[in-house]
Design a protein around this ligand. Sequence first.
Ligand SMILES: [Fe+2]
Length: 339
Amino acid sequence: MARRNALERHSMREVSPRGTRLAELARHMLSEFAGLRAGERVLILAETEGAEGVKRAFYRAAREAAGENVSMAIYDRRPAYTHPPEPLPAAVAEADLVICLDIYLSHTKLEQSARAAGTRFFNLHPARFAALRRAVLGVDYREIRRRGRELARLFGAGRRGLITCPRGSHLEFEIDAGREVSIGSGYARKPGDYATLPNGKIKVPVVRASMTGTFVVNGVIIPPINELSELVTLRFNNSRLVDISGGAEAKAYMRFLESFNDPSMYVLDHLTFGFNPRATLSQPPPPAFSSEAEKVMGCVNIGLGRAGLKGKQHTDVVSVGTTVVVDGRPVIIKGRYTI
Ligand SMILES: [Fe+2]
């Protein structure tokens, strides 16, 4: 913990404009990344226990930019990837821009239907000043976009991938040439767009039922564990999680997945690779969690389960220091990109 705090202080000193304030950060993020314009209808969703200063700053910045049709709804924590309480789903569907402060609506039917109708989503995970200043303001997002495009070309042209690590990972997958590699660059400026900040990751489409082998997790399992204190080994067969081994945290993850009594919780949903140079694995205490871990430079993230309004869940497992090879060409060697 002490080391992480020291790293965070170091990052803030090194990369943040001196005197940057939360209000300026909120204004900048809404204009630059969310493309907020006068007259738009904005809904901000926030948790009761979320940082008050962040809530206020984004509300005021949205009012300044958009005008009078800005509302903020605050509600008690719900399981991630579930819909907000009534009557908010209707308001989500009516908004031009939904700003989620530590609220996870991704993967839900509500988000999918609202996006299809033109609502754009701007998700801040974590919605904490220090993290946003470090991994958003402190990062060159033009470079994030450039690297994202380059990686999309590389993975998009590939067919077979292999993930290995010295701890025993050996996981094979096939890339689906019929679907696009999607780049998470943090921008939600067009109708129906979706962005999360901090960002810097790409999603590689995997051929259905093609992922097989062992993946040793050394980073986070979100939810329900957050930062791991021991390794958790996952075994996949045909893109389905068939075995979890390790110590107490492996057992806790197993119990969590079992608790949903839903076979889809074990099925691969997405495979992503992170490339934000300032992102960290750092997590708040459970049950809160932060998706910033999925953007750590050189990390591999496997998402399992399709969440939705009916209460199903979604979990993400992240490992760092892995090697990724596409069609025999190393793309990441022990957590470092080769391009
Ligand atoms: Fe995920």
